[in-house]
Design a protein around this ligand. Structure first.
Ligand code: 5GP
Length: 206
């Protein structure tokens, strides 16, 4: 992270489900120092291999609704019959540590975050084609035929929102997408506000 920035960066990453975002994010988190994932809360049951506190904080619908009533979410959405939310406490905790934060949220969540944190950097991950997206969803094997159809219809609608994001990465191969997301993070870390530029100059010239 640039030592002269007043705040850490917030990266908002969205993609239709099956876009390959999870593998991309976990690779980038391992490779890029000073970057951390803000773990969302969800009422969705864990998929095979998912651990509480890693991919998500898994809570019951009742717990989620209680948290929502208490205003504990910066934003929340209902998606594919489940609830997902970004915890205010989690964001405050990570911001206090001065880390760059990565949020893996859907397009509605991205709009809410952009209005609360205008400096957030949005990145959309696109599949190379619809056929590849469908294949990835089927390989995952965690959804029924009906759920796959719903996710595909939602995916097409969501992909149209890509035009509103600052960056788009087409996930053709994982290694290339990882390199491109790293490049975005590096570019944003080097991007200085006028205030930060003055602070940097003061430091260099003193
Ligand atoms: P999945 O069930 O496949 O893990 O996630 C479905 C979608 O929910 C993904 O597009 C993911 O980005 C989105 N999502 C996960 N957590 C949150 C959240 O806290 N807020 C919003 N708005 N979307 C989320």
């Amino acid at each position: 992270m640039s030592a002269v920035k007043e705040h850490g960066n917030i990266f908002v990453i969205s993609s239709p489900s099956g876009g390959g975002k999870s593998s991309l994010i976990s690779r980038v988190l391992k490779k890029v120092p000073g970057l951390t994932l803000a773990t969302s809360h969800t009422s969705r049951p864990p998929r095979a291999g998912e651990k509480d506190g890693v991919e998500y904080r898994f809570v019951t619908r009742k717990e989620f609704l209680a948290m929502r009533r208490e205003g504990e979410f910066v934003e929340w959405v209902s998606l594919h019959g489940h609830l997902y939310g970004t915890s205010r406490r989690e964001l405050d905790r990570l911001t206090a540590q001065g880390k760059d934060i990565l949020l893996d949220i859907d397009i509605r969540g991205a709009v809410s975050v952009a209005s609360i944190y205008p400096r957030a950097v949005s990145v959309f991950i696109l599949p190379p084609s619809l056929a590849v997206l469908e294949e990835r969803l089927r390989k995952r094997g965690s959804e029924s035929e009906e759920q796959i159809r719903t996710r595909l219809t939602t995916a097409v609608r969501e992909m149209r929102a890509a035009t509103r994001y600052r960056y788009c990465i087409v996930n053709r191969t994982l290694s290339r997408a990882v390199a491109e997301l790293e490049a975005v993070i590096t570019a944003e870390r080097l991007h200085l506000s006028p205030g930060a530029a003055r602070a940097l100059l003061r430091k260099i010239l003193s």
